[in-house]
Ligand binder design. Sequence first.
Ligand code: ZN
Length: 443
Amino acid sequence: MMQMVRARHAIVGGEAVRDFAFVVDDGRIVRAGEGAAMADAHPDLPRMEYGDDRLLAPGAVNGHSHCYQILLRGWADDWGFDRWRDDALYRIIPQLTPEELYWVALAAFVEMLGNGITTVVEFFYLNGAGMRHVEKLVEAANDCGIRLVLARAWMDAAYAPAAFREEIADARRDTLALAKRLNGAGVMVCPSPHSLHAASPEMTRAAVDLARELGVPAHMHVAEARYEVEQVRARTGLTPIAYLDSLGVLGPQFVAVHAIWQSEEEKDLMGARGAALIHNPVTNQYLGDGIADVVGLRRRGVRVGLGTDCDLRPSIYDEMRAATFLQKTAALDGATLSAREAWLMGTRECASAVGVAAGDFASGLAADWCVVDRTHPAFHPWSNPVNQLVYVSDPGIVVETFIGGRKVSDRRRALRYGNDRIAAELRKVATRLALPLDHAAPR
Ligand SMILES: [Zn+2]
């Protein structure tokens, strides 16, 4: 059914606009423009109108997430990366049953919807025991309505837990089966070699070859920690990006995640090959990874999107804020990386990096939007809304979220189960896994 959405206040192309409207047909925007003119041109269409107390923003695009890492919040903190990975991530996540994974994923996705995220790239490791976990992940995304890009991880390093590890032939068979079923049916399955330390060169090549065959991007963690550069150099004599180029995998379909530790030559190479970057500034601070040269990479034409990675608080507005702060700090210049640039990195530039037609209000894009409360205490209606969402907003400022023209979140409530049920299921998972449940000391 066709309908028109009209708002007194909207953000379009990273700019505040007054009286804007778009026509939605079958989940996509088919026309967009000035509100009064659109209303005249389509007098008979059913209409959804937003008044002076609301602001319409395109849904944020989350370019990189590991939803199950919400289980690590609040106890596996303040550790070095190795301890965090070995004693938290690799100890807890492999124990999840498919049913438990469903509830954990649902909880994370519902939180994202409440924060105005409408597309998520879920970089998913639990593939070592077959398809049951990944099927539950897809089910959770379908049940809450979030637009899913499945970066289906490939890992074959001996150190990786068995629950994550596969042979190349098995990874290919299962990824292909998923892609055949889901690509074009609302989910995009992207074969994604985990990293140069967790996937062999043969596996990395095979994954990217399959991505090319399917016409989808391949995502890969690259140079998140400084040690990775030394490791790759010792093994191959090359820096990580140069080595990936020597494998023939660097190209417009290649999405590097992190790429913090890079030489100037590697940045040039990423630009020359048309590769994209997903930057995860909150996680990079949390784990003490370092600061990616986002400004330098964008200057070279690299498409840069934002991701919530370890999902401490999965909000792209938080990532936008962190991205600007890190670049300003690194450059010692408050004029570096503006709120508008950060906004675009969390919306349409991220969509372009991950190959999804979304992230703005324009013809041909998905009709994904969120409704911001202009009467919220953290919103000053006289100030620039983009700056406020980037620098000031807090959870609660988004009151409704729509995907493909359909409402999927209302005042942070999950529409299918309700938040109480999800919280109870999550607590059951935490109890079975014996996560620390109570840190209060008896008195
Ligand atoms: Zn990651």
